[in-house]
Design a binder for this molecule. Structure first.
Ligand SMILES: NC(=O)c1ccc[n+]([C@@H]2O[C@H](COP(=O)([O-])OP(=O)(O)OC[C@H]3O[C@@H](n4cnc5c(N)ncnc54)[C@H](OP(=O)(O)O)[C@@H]3O)[C@@H](O)[C@H]2O)c1
Length: 332
């Protein structure tokens, strides 16, 4: 089968190779991939900034396809089913945080940027009827992360004011969709005027340019302050975000695209009764709730561009440069 593997000796850091078709172990299924989607995690692997990375591993956490073979112990009804994957493996039984065996498909376990992937049967779910292959592939990792950030860790209530930063990001756009779906008032930030304009068309009440000096003052004046802020950038934006939070506000962080914050203004944090909350992907229960919300409201992931599998390096470059609005998809 054709597959995109990490190969850090190459300029592109990835290689299109021919690999044997995976063999199902007991309790696994073999999926013929119809579409796979990129996440920033794949780019961190290319940059060598992800723990335990190995060359030769097939990248990709998200995918959707058809069950073509089953291992022993798997219900034969799954054969031929149209499914999507939950890439969160071994969360464990604590809803508050993942256990030490937690793992994400696509490093160090072979992932979805290939014609086939073998995965435990309990990680496959029926493809929602209203979604195309590309939309179903785009949903799992970013949708799950966004759902837990907004609804579980963020405890969003209808009528609250929410800022989702960097709306061009895959997780951010799902977070924005969930905020609107749950009846809250959405504000966004983005470096791109086009993305800000599109966010307003999608229902945001205002859109701020995080590249502008003192943008937080403008955001505070326009909104009156946020009950909840959902951010994947961290870095030097943290102190701006603390300016925009209402007293008692919650700031939920799912990523650190901009690295660690250079400083933390402790007085602002405690005087304003702020809550800084971390979140990572989500439990099986979060995944089920996220899928139920997608089904109930017939929400559709927004697709940026679909690339052929062989052009994975171009697709990753597009994500690296932050040009996307929505999810970048690969088609084998
Ligand atoms: N903890 C988890 O479970 C989890 C899950 C998924 C992702 N992540 C992490 O979350 C981050 C985003 O992931 P993704 O897959 O959604 O990435 P992505 O699709 O590549 O999005 C990155 C976006 O970050 C935005 N950005 C850059 N600098 C910013 C800043 N200073 N302030 C606000 N936004 C900024 C940009 O938005 P504009 O283009 O609009 O400016 C860019 O489009 C990554 O660091 C990723 O590793 C963590």
């Amino acid at each position: 089968m054709k597959a995109i593997v990490l190969q850090r000796s190459l300029d592109s850091k990835v290689d299109l190779v021919e690999l044997p078709k995976p063999v199902c172990k007991p309790n696994e299924v073999l999926i013929r991939i119809k579409a796979a989607a990129l996440n920033h995690r794949d780019e961190w692997c290319r940059k060598g900034l992800y723990p335990n990375i190995q060359d030769g591993i097939v990248l990709g956490s998200d995918g959707a396809g058809i069950v073509e073979e089953i291992g022993t112990g798997v219900d034969s009804q799954l054969l031929g089913q149209e499914v999507m994957l939950n890439p969160a493996l071994h969360w464990g039984d604590n809803e508050r945080a993942q256990g030490k065996n937690f793992e994400i498909l696509g490093m160090p376990r072979n992932g979805t940027f290939a014609e086939y992937v073998a995965i435990p049967a309990d990680r496959v779910f029926p493809k929602p009827y209203h979604l195309s292959w590309e939309e179903a592939a785009a949903l799992p990792l970013a949708g799950l992360t966004a759902y837990r950030a907004v609804a579980v860790q963020g405890k969003l209530k209808a009528g609250e004011q929410v800022l989702v930063t960097g709306i061009g990001g895959g997780v951010a756009l799902f977070a924005a969709q969930f905020v609107l779906a749950l009846g809250a008032k959405l504000f966004v930030s983005s470096s791109s005027p086009e993305k800000r304009a599109t966010a307003l068309e999608l229902g945001a009440s205002d859109a701020f340019d995080y590249g502008m000096n003192n943008w937080s003052a403008a955001a505070l004046e326009s909104s009156g302050g946020m009950d909840l802020i959902v951010d994947g950038a961290s870095g030097d934006t943290l102190s701006e975000l603390m300016n925009i939070a209402k007293p008692g506000g919650r700031l939920v962080f799912y990523g650190a695209t901009r690295g660690n914050p250079p400083q933390l203004e402790a007085r602002k944090l405690f005087w304003n009764q702020l809550q800084l909350i971390g979140t990572t992907m989500g439990s099986d229960q979060d995944f089920a709730e996220m899928l139920a919300l997608i089904d109930r409201l017939q929400l559709r992931p927004r697709i940026d561009v679909v690339f052929p599998l062989k052009d994975a390096a171009m697709a990753l470059d597009r994500m690296k440069e932050g040009l996307q609005f929505g999810k970048i998809v690969l088609s084998p």
